[in-house]
Design a protein around this ligand. Structure first.
Ligand code: 5AD
Length: 437
């Protein structure tokens, strides 16, 4: 996340501290030693990631002070629900009221919402999801960076453009030095506080090497690291957590084991789920989800996808459209519509725990230039910027025409900040600490 807001330590309670942000209090897990009351810190995903000097913090807070409240006011205005009433909206309205009262909706109700087709009811669904987002997250929007460290892959996923199907693709594997430099630049030049390191399933890089890289990143930089290296083994997860990784991005791709088997010959759905469960047990923040619009996928599958993400204790949901890649067996299958994707995000906002973050994926942005705004107005509250060195980006060719592929990091940040400010959102993660579980 760039341009994080520093908070001030107000209280200590076991492994947690209470952090104050302009009068709003949040809890975060503290793994730093030597913190004292009154110190300023940056927190991400519920973890304290670094201490900042009072001077730096006060300068940053000074620039944020007025803007913070102005943006909140814009956001509050934008979520005002129209006084829509009448039979047409009664289900959505009823679900929303139940959620606001602390209740949940059932799988059948999730399925109902996914099947809403009338434009009026759908519009109301989007507005209501946006309202639910605002009630629990205020105007905060996570902005993480992602560095794609290798496109060398042994898997044969039927939809994926960097799978072994794509014989003509030039393969790369960033060296340790290249990775450290990309992280340094993202953190020191651009202010990112959370980064995802992503790789294809690349047996050419051992867990030992990954441990070494993460250890050095954690020694040198105050940044929250999410790993996304595919299925690296349960022991690999343990070792990378010990090295300092605190988040896992691993989609289960589909909750339907039959569909999974069809598109991932030779891979086990159970094993993939076991990875996510193990990571959750270890204390990783879980980013997971599925593809929307896979050939053969039903609305029941999608309802189950959302439910499964919840069962896996998702911290940030990553559900995005299937986009056909010409070098894969699914080259000629259609992608879902922009509206269908937005509907899934809105329904996820209704179904999942209120504190779950919902990502507008790069896939969705590739489907439409307007996707960010559409997604963020339909319940989503996170985005990811691509901070991979520009010369590698085109080679991380999971689907064609990836959004922002050639945009410099600065251009992405400026564009994102401008768009967020227009919506009254602040690029801040003021999330609460995880509970022991
Ligand atoms: N369309 C959309 N998403 C894709 N992914 C891979 N190929 C495609 C595609 N053709 C997604 C998968 C994977 C993530 C890294 O990229 O869901 O988990």
């Amino acid at each position: 996340m760039c341009y994080a807001i520093p908070g001030r330590v107000k209280a200590f309670e076991g492994k947690y501290i209470t952090v104050d942000y302009f009068g709003e209090e949040r809890r975060a897990v503290n793994e730093l030693s030597g913190l004292a009351l009154g110190d300023y810190v940056y927190a991400q995903g519920g973890f304290v990631i670094t201490k900042v000097s009072a001077r730096e913090a006060e300068l940053t807070l000074e620039t944020w002070k007025d803007l913070f409240f102005e943006l909140q006011a814009i956001d509050e205005k934008s979520v005002a629900i129209s006084p829509w009433s009448g039979k047409k909206y009664e289900h959505v309205r009823g679900f929303m009221d139940r959620i606001l009262a602390g209740g949940k909706i059932t799988r059948e109700e999730t399925r109902y919402l996914l099947g809403v087709t009338s434009s009026g009811e759908k519009e109301f669904l989007f507005s209501a999801a946006n309202y639910l987002r605002q009630q629990h997250h205020k105007n905060s929007c996570c902005v993480h960076g992602i560095i794609e460290i290798s496109n060398t892959c042994v898997e044969g996923c039927h939809y994926c453009g960097i799978s072994s199907f794509h014989k003509a693709l030039v393969r790369y594997r960033m060296s340790k030095d290249e990775i450290l430099e990309a992280v340094r630049s993202a953190v020191e030049d651009h202010g990112f506080k959370a980064l995802v390191l992503q790789s294809a399933e690349d047996p050419g890089r051992s867990v030992d090497e990954l441990v070494d890289i993460i250890t050095e990143i954690k020694q040198r930089f105050g940044v929250l690291i999410f790993i996304s290296f595919g299925e690296i083994g349960l022991q690999g997860l343990e070792r990378l957590y010990a090295a300092g990784a605190r988040g896992l991005l691993l989609r289960f791709e589909t909750s339907n084991p039959g569909l999974y088997a069809k598109f991932h010959p030779g891979s086990s759905w159970d094993e993939r789920i076991a990875h996510i469960k193990k990571a959750n047990e270890l204390g990783y923040l879980i980013v997971t989800g599925s593809l929307i619009g896979l050939p053969g996928q039903t609305l029941d599958d999608l309802a189950r996808d959302i439910e499964l993400a919840g069962e896996l204790n998702v911290e940030m949901l990553s559900m995005g459209p299937f986009l056909p890649h010409p070098a894969t067996p699914l080259a000629h299958m259609p992608s879902p519509s922009v509206e269908d994707v937005a509907q899934v995000l809105a329904v996820a906002r209704f179904t999942l725990d209120p504190d779950v973050k919902i990502l507008v994926t790069t896939g969705f942005e590739t489907l439409s230039l307007e996707a960010r705004r559409i997604g963020l107005m339909a319940g989503a509250n996170s985005v990811m910027l691509n901070v991979t060195p520009v010369d590698k980006r085109a080679l991380y060719n999971i689907y064609p025409g990836r959004a922002h592929q050639d945009d410099t990091i600065d251009a992405q940040i400026q564009g994102t900040i401008k768009m967020l400010e227009g919506l009254g959102r602040a690029p801040t993660d003021l999330s609460v600490g995880q509970d022991d579980n």
